[in-house]
Write a protein that binds this ligand. Structure first.
Ligand code: FE
Ligand code: FE
Ligand code: ZN
Length: 301
């Protein structure tokens, strides 16, 4: 199992049984890791972590060889450390999020760095650095992983240089990392057929050892579109072969690869029935062979 590909997807974290439900969902997809929001991604209402659920989830993970150190939390996307008006709220929420991660034993929390909204980019980047220096706690075994962003609107973190500036300003370097997102990289202007060139530059500027998580998504849009709309694996502009190369890159063999591809609707008109794609995408990735019947299989599950 140790040489197995570390692959999973976004899953739920319900108030019903918290981490237990997340593990069960991941297992139903044939995954050996997973990522979740500790509540709804679009709000910041959170329940306390219940120890009985965590203990039960650990037992289930042990039985199925899921390594807790590969499990990831995604911070809600409405939190914006780059917005000076909401700064205290965001800082307090993220402090709580790191404590929840620590209680659950989860090491990596993915964060969208922020957006400059009505400020200039340098002011927002400074605000993000200040926020991280308040939030990051050297006493917790939790790292914040800044996600590479598509550059939609005023998003910060759309290139190596912005991430480098933020990381350079962070005091606890062992508590900060990066989450690559393939859809976002494509939409930000990176040609993923030349991924080695990107990685060489990343290594020179930031250091490849900062990469802790990879989000694997195809993209609905052309390179440099700054759109951020995920597509199912092999059905977008990045394509199956390019994604497979990244997924199986030896340099990433010890870090989690997480799918955030869209649920599939019944047909083009009806949005009543939707199906998670992950079981079939994970199977296809393990086979290293694109399945042209992917969507039909997802719908007929
Ligand atoms: Fe994200
Ligand atoms: Fe992502
Ligand atoms: Zn995205």
């Amino acid at each position: 199992m140790n040489n197995d590909l570390i692959i999973g997807s976004h899953v739920g974290f319900s108030s019903k049984n918290q981490l237990v439900g997340s593990v069960e969902e991941a297992l139903s997809y044939g995954a050996n890791t997973f990522m979740f929001y500790t509540g709804a991604p679009q709000n910041t209402l959170r329940n306390p972590i219940r120890k009985e659920y965590t203990d039960e989830a650990y037992k289930l993970m042990k039985e199925h060889n899921i390594d807790l150190s590969n499990v990831v939390i995604h911070a809600p996307y409405i939190v914006n450390l780059g917005n000076l008006e909401n700064f205290d709220f965001s800082v307090n929420f993220l402090k709580g999020e790191l404590e929840r991660a620590n209680t659950l034993g989860i090491k990596n929390v993915v964060l969208h760095p922020g957006a400059s909204v009505s400020y200039d980019r340098d002011t927002s980047i400074k605000s993000i650095i200040d926020g991280l220096n308040i939030i990051l706690d050297n006493n917790l075994d939790v790292t914040i992983c800044l996600e590479t962003m598509a550059g939609k609107g005023t998003e910060i973190g759309k290139n190596i240089s912005e991430l480098k500036t933020i990381i350079a300003g962070v005091k606890f370097k062992n508590k900060i990392g990066v989450c690559l997102d393939t859809c976002h990289l494509n939409d930000s202007g990176i040609d993923l057929t030349k991924f080695d060139e990107y990685l060489a530059e990343f290594d020179k500027e930031i250091g490849i050892n900062y990469i802790k998580v990879i989000h694997i998504n195809d993209s609905k849009n052309e390179i440099n579109s700054h759109k951020d709309r995920h597509e199912n694996i092999g059905l977008g502009t990045i394509g199956f072969d390019t994604l497979i190369k990244i997924i199986y890159d030896e340099r990433f063999k010890d870090i989690p690869k997480i799918l955030e591809t869209p649920y599939v609707t019944e047909n083009d008109e009806s949005k009543e029935k939707i199906y998670p794609p992950y079981k079939y995408e994970i199977a296809m990735i393990r086979n290293k062979q694109f399945d042209k019947n992917l969507l039909d299989k997802i719908r007929n599950n």
